[in-house]
Write a protein that binds this ligand. Structure first.
Ligand code: URA
Length: 218
């Protein structure tokens, strides 16, 4: 049996529609900036909303902003983001053509001395944030998504996804959106020095599963 086409048909270019979605996303970003639906918003510096064009063919979803993202207000600008940028450059995928966002919009951390150390969001915190991610999907209308790590995979799919078993595979949501599962770039940064090159190679191979889609951008 032929492998299912992982890519949704591109939405027809309708500028009125696109402008409406852009406007809706801007209002949502504004509302999310004051979000206190879970405790994370009380401690973070700011809400980190997604970035990228409406109708981006691909949405990349991470877990939550890290320390740098929290300070700067943009997704994927810290060490994990730099690794992601390296991968995007090697793949020839222009970052500005993609929509980059997170499952959780506030940085969760605990203080260790003077350092703010990343803490995985609790399921109830992620659940409180889910509607923001779903609204981004609704208005960006990507043709496919990439879940970077288990929090993103769970949020996108609605159930716990065994990332190591499913990495490099496409899953399909009830709304038809296909989701490519892979590791979060932070997981690669945590690998032992001797394992990092191979870990990175395998991660690129996972991401390449979406290359067909990106091919249309170049
Ligand atoms: N990790 C994430 O999941 N997202 C970011 O934006 C940065 C680090």
């Amino acid at each position: 049996m032929a492998a299912p086409n992982p890519i949704r048909k591109p939405s027809p270019a309708n500028t009125a529609d696109t402008a409406q979605d852009l406007h809706a996303l801007e209002s949502l970003r504004e509302s999310a900036s004051g979000c206190r639906e879970c405790p994370l918003g009380f401690h973070a510096t700011q809400t980190v909303w997604g970035e990228g064009p409406v109708r981006a063919p691909l949405m990349l979803v991470g877990e939550q902003p890290g320390d740098q993202e929290d300070r700067q207000g943009h997704p994927f600008v810290g060490p994990a983001g730099q690794l992601l940028d390296r991968a995007l450059a090697e793949l020839g995928w222009p970052r500005e053509a993609l929509y980059l966002t997170n499952a959780v919009k506030h940085f969760k951390f605990e203080m260790r001395g003077k350092r703010r150390m990343h803490k995985t969001p609790a399921q109830r915190e992620a659940a409180a944030c889910l509607h923001w991610l779903e609204s981004e999907i609704e208005h960006v209308r990507p043709q496919a998504a990439i879940a970077l790590g288990s929090t993103a995979a769970r949020q996108l799919m609605g159930y716990a996804v065994p990332v190591m078993a499913q990495r490099g595979h496409w899953l399909e949501r009830e709304d038809g959106l296909r989701v490519l599962i892979t590791l979060h770039p932070s997981a690669l940064l945590r690998l032992r020095d001797e394992d990092r090159a191979e870990g990175y190679r395998l991660w690129l191979a996972d991401l390449k599963q979406a290359a067909k889609l990106i091919g249309r951008l170049r």
